[in-house]
Design a protein around this ligand. Structure first.
Ligand code: FAD
Length: 569
């Protein structure tokens, strides 16, 4: 679990005479790098090229422009060409595509997309920030009119025009990840009926399936047609210009437009053709200073491979925060400062029709895939603020931690309020190498309308501490179908009657002290309640009376999502 240190560059700092810095790609990583470099060094010449018509635009805002939440396109332009020139003396060349890199002569070839002319440009330092392109699988129909990917302002403009001109009423979104779900929300804002096709049996692939289940259920309640566990086979055009998405299993999903949001691929063509090293995950290999295998070339953003600080493995993570920070690190490095990119831990959030899902660090499925087994997970379902203050909404929270050290490995949360705050706190704890004890001890803001004296973050830490101290041994939900243990539900009889785990018997906590002798001492007892709290009280009581108990963490609330996600019987 101890991360490898990134390969350190041994190349010398740029000689004094090398003063021309060219940047390919002028949005998140490229623009950050350019502006930071200028703040550090007034003497360098900085030129930034982008093949699109804009630089420094808010790609994260594009779905909301489609949805008319942002109706003024100019709001998406964070900084203009003129501003870069006036404020920073940075020359921006838009509609200028960099088509090749000649490392032997330190030149790039730039094609002016308006005239078609090409010209060489010399560099002393080259920074690559070309991003990642939406994946367009080579399937029939993906290039039909009405099939869109969302990457640029012109892309979202085209979608808006299509919806308006065709009076579109329905859409199929292929892909249930971040961008897919943001598009779902915004197409709903435009009053379209929306179908989602997703190859995995869950939406939001970074989440574990049972945590994604709450998102699935929310989408269904909002009237979204979900078609999970089935892939895209082809898209057919119909008379009148509408489309039909045909799935691998032969299901036909009609729509007036189709959004392809099945992921992105690092734009490595330039780097590959120039002989720069590309890693196993398909991104450009860089060191901790964001320098490629060529000492004169740096690369940042969606195009690079970076280290996952939790698993120590290389990963590609197409998110704006890392791209911006890497741009800054590259600028510092180019300016000769000691600097280092710490790696990523995949902290991310999505909002969809009022629901928020957020995660940081490793997922359980990711850890299992990577071969880690010495970890535990706890589930809890606290209110986002004190229950007695009006309007408390449940947060479903999952914390993953190493055993026996208690190092925080990851967390996922889904709910309506206060979700991203909890994940951000846990993300920061992870960054500082924190343990579950740090979460239990965290001193966080509290007043009734904001949180609780024991914040959900504290509770998650306390639960995990209970596990590590042996106060709350956990049963594995996945073993529920095979176990000989007695499953004891300590909720009240009416709660039990309204739904329970198969095979469970009911002995409410309120009667446990008078009736516990009815329970067998020669069998393991797996205790469960609604969310885990009463089960914990019951298990502590029984353990101290000589019973072998384990807790089903998260209780019946967790069971329902595990079952719906196909993970519990
Ligand atoms: P980009 O910002 O994509 O910039 C690359 C630029 O390089 C592009 O303008 C491209 O035209 C240009 N370029 C490429 N090749 C060349 C070439 N050969 N010559 C000249 N120019 C070239 N991230 C989040 O963290 N949160 C979000 O909410 C979020 N929402 C998103 C929503 C959408 C619709 C999209 C598309 C992305 C979203 N992202 C989000 C991801 C985030 O935008 C990216 O991770 C980030 O922009 C990557 O920065 P970058 O500099 O690597 O690439």
């Amino acid at each position: 679990m101890i991360p490898k240190t990134n390969r350190q560059s041994t190349a010398a700092l740029i000689p004094e005479t090398c003063r021309r810095v060219l940047i390919v790609g002028g949005v998140a990583g490229g623009a950050s790098c350019a502006a930071r470099l200028r703040r550090l060094d007034e003497s360098v010449e900085i030129l930034m090229f982008d093949r699109g018509p804009y630089v420094s635009f808010a790609n994260c805002g594009l779905p909301y422009y489609v949805g008319n939440v942002i109706s003024d396109e100019s709001k998406l332009l964070v900084a203009s060409r003129e501003m870069f020139h006036e404020r920073f003396n940075i020359e921006v060349q838009t509609e200028s595509e960099v088509t090749s890199i000649d490392r032997s002569t330190c030149t790039i070839t730039v094609r002016d997309l308006r005239t078609g002319h090409t010209r060489p440009e010399r560099y002393d330092v080259l920074v690559l920030s070309p991003g990642a392109a939406p994946i367009r699988p080579p399937l029939p129909g993906v290039d039909l009119p009405g099939v869109f990917a969302v990457r640029t302002i012109p892309d979202s403009r085209r979608i808006r025009t299509w919806i308006a001109e065709r009076n579109a009423k329905s859409a199929v979104v292929v892909g249930g990840g971040f961008i897919g779900l943001e598009m779902v929300e915004n197409l709903i804002h435009r009053e379209l009926s929306v179908t989602v096709l997703e190859k995995l049996p869950q939406v939001m692939p970074p989440l574990d399936p049972e945590m994604a289940q709450a998102v699935v259920e929310h989408l269904v309640t909002k009237g979204i047609q979900l078609h999970l566990g089935d892939g895209l086979a082809r898209i057919e055009g119909r008379d009148g210009g509408s489309l039909v998405v045909v799935t691998e299993s032969g299901v036909r999903l009609p729509g007036d437009l189709v959004i392809l949001a099945i992921g992105v691929r690092p734009e490595t063509m330039l780097a590959k053709n120039a002989g720069l090293e590309i890693g196993k995950r398909g991104g450009i290999v860089v060191d901790a200073q964001m320098r490629t295998t060529d000492p004169n070339i740096w690369a940042v953003g969606d195009v690079v491979e970076v280290q996952d600080v939790l698993t120590g493995q290389e990963t590609v993570l197409p998110l704006a925060g890392p791209a911006n920070r890497q741009g800054r690190v590259a600028a510092e490095s180019i300016a000769g400062r000691a600097t280092q990119f710490r790696g990523v831990q995949a902290t991310a959030v999505v909002g969809v029709l009022g629901l928020t899902a957020a995660s940081t660090g490793a997922s359980e499925k990711g850890l299992r895939r990577a071969g880690f087994t010495s970890f535990q997970t706890v589930y809890l379902h606290p209110g986002h603020h004190a229950g007695y203050y009006p309007g408390a909404r449940q947060i479903d929270l999952k914390l993953i931690f190493s055993v026996p050290e208690g190092r925080i490995l990851g967390a996922q949360a889904v709910g309506f309020e206060g979700v991203e705050k909890r994940i951000d706190v846990i993300a920061t704890a992870i960054q500082f190498g924190g343990t579950v004890h740090d979460l239990a001890e965290a001193e966080l803001c509290y007043a009734p309308q904001f949180g609780a004296a024991k914040d959900p973050v504290n509770l998650a830490g306390m639960l995990a501490e209970n596990v590590l101290k042996g106060d709350m041994p956990l049963a594995d939900w996945l073993d529920l179908g095979q176990t000989d243990a007695l499953v004891l539900d300590v909720r009240e009889a009416d709660e039990f009657a309204s739904g329970h785990i198969p095979k469970a018997i009911n002995l409410p906590l309120s009667q446990l002290r008078s009736r516990y002798a009815e329970l067998p001492k020669d069998r393991d007892i797996w205790v469960c309640c609604a969310v885990g709290q009463r089960a914990y009280f019951a298990a502590r009581f029984l353990t101290q009376h000589g019973y072998q108990t384990r807790n089903l963490t998260g209780g019946y609330t967790t069971y329902k999502t595990l079952k719906a996600a196909g993970l519990a019987q």
